[in-house]
Design a protein around this ligand. Structure first.
Ligand SMILES: Nc1ncnc2c1ncn2[C@@H]1O[C@H](COP(=O)(O)OP(=O)(O)OP(=O)(O)O)[C@@H](O)[C@H]1O
Length: 359
């Protein structure tokens, strides 16, 4: 089990490259040697492309904490699927290291990999991959069968996870008789059956219509609130990323260009590519009042309005928009923890925004 109290990351990715093309490893080595600065991965990637190779993941470095919901977001072709496939070792990365709970999985032999996939890693993909000739229960129980669990135990566990995803009553149905949303629920239940510590989901909801998609996102958040898995979740939908993520990694052309909380991404985009994604996102919904707290708390401030730690920016602004001086922010115990300037609140809500900010 992942030790939720430990500070060790669930996943640690370092200097990861995936280069497609002939003799990729050698080409990467050559390109690094030829670069004036081998750490300059832009130059290395340019060189590889000039030689006709595809650097689909370029020097990725990040950690996923235990119990964290880490979303990878980017346009089509930016390298998201390739990255998640490298981390789960569905493909062999060209260079770099991937540690899962401290274990270097690029060094794991075939037997260990099978063991990890059966017991520790769960995977869900966009196309459900259900067995058409098996009932819902048998689909969900299948990985348990692979683990060698007995029939009664398999049925009990299948029933538990089907209940978790809201599919009780459909245990004996076949996939063809289910809606897309229900099939995806079966896929989720199946990957949860073995109680994985680490869960990889590649665009799990993108084949669904918007209403069902939102419903599944809500259910997914509920499941995560209970189970606290360490999750890598891929999407190309910024709204989905902002709704689900503890932190988001934004990819562009194989490069991880920014990693941050939804608030960081919305309020502090590192470049125009990231800014463009969040242009129409209502900023106030994703940022909290402490993100604009003043470095120094003034000595005298009005008592009201009572802004609280954790309050959304748009709601905070509503309460103090007619004031021109800094106002205090309080915690739940009634202690003053700092102050914000209403003008800065308003400015944060309108970051680069010509769409009306908190609208
Ligand atoms: N097996 C492969 N051989 C050669 N090139 C590949 C291979 N797989 C992916 N690529 C290329 O790597 C790049 C990244 O692709 P990838 O599928 O990882 O992107 P993505 O962000 O997941 O896209 P999408 O959202 O459309 O699934 C693309 O240029 C793609 O064409």
């Amino acid at each position: 089990m992942t030790d939720k109290n430990s500070t060790a990351p669930a996943i640690a990715v370092e200097g990861l490259w995936q280069v497609f093309g002939e003799h990729a490893e050698k080409a990467l080595r050559t390109a690094r040697e030829a670069a004036t600065n081998p750490e300059d991965f832009h130059a290395v990637a340019e060189d590889l492309m000039a030689r006709g190779l595809i650097p689909a993941v370029r020097d990725a470095n990040f950690e996923v904490k235990a119990g964290e919901l880490f979303v990878i977001m980017g346009l089509s072709g930016s390298g998201k699927s390739t990255l998640i496939r490298c981390i789960s070792r569905l493909i062999e990365p060209t260079a770099g290291s991937v540690r899962i709970d401290g274990e270097d999985i690029l060094k794991a032999n075939e037997k260990r990999l099978i063991d990890l996939r059966r017991n520790k890693l769960g995977m869900v993909f966009q196309h459900f991959g259900l067995f058409p000739h098996m009932t819902v229960t048998d689909n969900v129980a299948f990985p348990l069968k692979m683990q060698g669990a007995g029939k009664a135990e398999r049925r009990k566990r299948a029933h538990e996870v089907l209940e978790l995803v809201g599919l009780n009553g459909r245990e004996d149905a076949y996939p063809r008789n289910l809606s897309g949303g229900q099939r995806q629920r079966v896929g989720i239940a199946r990957s949860l059956a073995v109680n994985p510590d680490i869960w990889f989901l590649d665009e799990p909801f993108s084949a669904l219509d918007p209403l069902i998609r939102r419903q599944l996102q809500d259910e997914f958040l509920n499941i995560q609130a209970t189970l606290q898995k360490s999750i890598v979740f891929i999407t190309h939908d910024i709204q989905e990323a902002l709704k689900l993520a503890d932190r988001i990694a934004i990819m562009r052309d194989g490069e991880v260009v920014q990693i941050g909380t939804p608030e960081d991404i919305v309020l502090r985009p590192v470049n125009d590519y990231v800014r463009e994604f969040t242009r129409d996102v209502p900023k106030g919904r994703h940022a909290r009042v402490e993100s604009v707290m003043l470095d120094k708390t003034p000595d005298s401030m009005p008592d009201d309005p009572k802004l609280k730690v954790g309050m959304r920016l748009d709601i905070a602004l509503e309460r103090c928009m007619d004031l021109y001086e800094p106002v205090p922010v309080w915690d739940d115990a009634g202690n003053m923890v700092g102050a914000v300037n209403p003008a800065e609140l308003a400015a944060a809500l309108h970051v680069d925004d010509d769409t009306g900010g908190a609208a």
